[in-house]
Design a protein around this ligand. Structure first.
Ligand code: GRF
Length: 231
């Protein structure tokens, strides 16, 4: 039996979803995608899921009175499909505690920056505007803030001379696909440990036991040398 029953939430292209599907098909990730939910109809990610024979649901967010209504419907669909972990793969909506409390410490997001730098939308342009020389991507657990939850793993990507938003985004995306699959495989292996905050009101920390969760600088967009075991 696969050890991760995934629901994947998307809003668009779905290349991170594709990376998950490809890794499962290749035997590199011990998981099954039980359901793909999109808040937008007709997006490429839905076609990718359908090609892989994965059930899909479209929940147009504007048809719900509020965020809570959307989240309640999404939780019901995910539970009905048997999903016990949720991946936000380019899902461009904030989730309420209605959703997060239904999957405690089991909602995973991929973000195209080295958090806590550049949270929110268009992290790649934020990095260019700020003039950083190194950016990257982060896989983290989702909490009620915007890209603030416990970090699981990060990969560094250089900003190169002459980069525009699209060139940088493409270089980061290569690493997103690798990092997301690798992080999910660690979760499938049961390596996640959550340490509550030592200080009252502070943040919880996530630890992945026994592996190196910092991927080195990916020069020119090439995949970094494998780090840690299970590479
Ligand atoms: C990715 O860059 C992801 O990090 C961000 O949105 C983009 C989604 O790409 N949250 P895709 O839909 O997975 O191709």
């Amino acid at each position: 039996m696969p050890s991760l029953d995934l629901g994947v939430l998307i809003s668009g292209r779905g290349s991170n979803l594709q990376a998950i599907l490809d890794a499962i098909a290749a035997g590199r990730l011990d998981a099954r995608v039980r359901l793909v939910i999109s808040n937008r109809p007709g997006v490429e990610g839905l076609a990718r899921a359908e090609r892989a024979g994965i059930p899909t649901r479209v929940l147009p967010h504007q048809e719900f009175a509020d965020r809570d209504g959307f989240d309640t419907a999404a939780v019901a669909a995910l539970r009905e499909a048997g999903a016990t972990w949720v991946v936000l793969a380019g899902f461009m909506r904030l989730l309420t505690t209605t959703f997060l409390d239904a999957f405690p410490h089991r909602v995973v997001n991929i973000h195209p920056s080295l958090l806590p730098s550049f949270p929110g939308v268009d992290a790649q342009q934020q990095a260019l505007d700020h003039g950083v020389r190194i950016t990257g991507c982060t896989v983290h657990l989702v909490d009620a803030g915007t890209d603030t939850g416990p970090i699981l793993a990060q990969a560094a990507v250089p900003v190169l001379e002459g980069d525009d938003r699209d060139a940088l985004a493409a270089r980061i995306l290569v690493q997103e696909h690798a990092l997301l699959v690798r992080a999910l495989s660690w979760l499938a292996e049961g390596r996640l440990q959550i340490a509550p905050s030592a200080a009252p009101g502070g943040r919880a920390r996530a630890t992945i036991a026994g592996v190196d969760t910092a991927l080195g600088l990916a020069q020119g967009g090439r995949a970094p040398e494998p780090v840690g075991e299970g590479a």
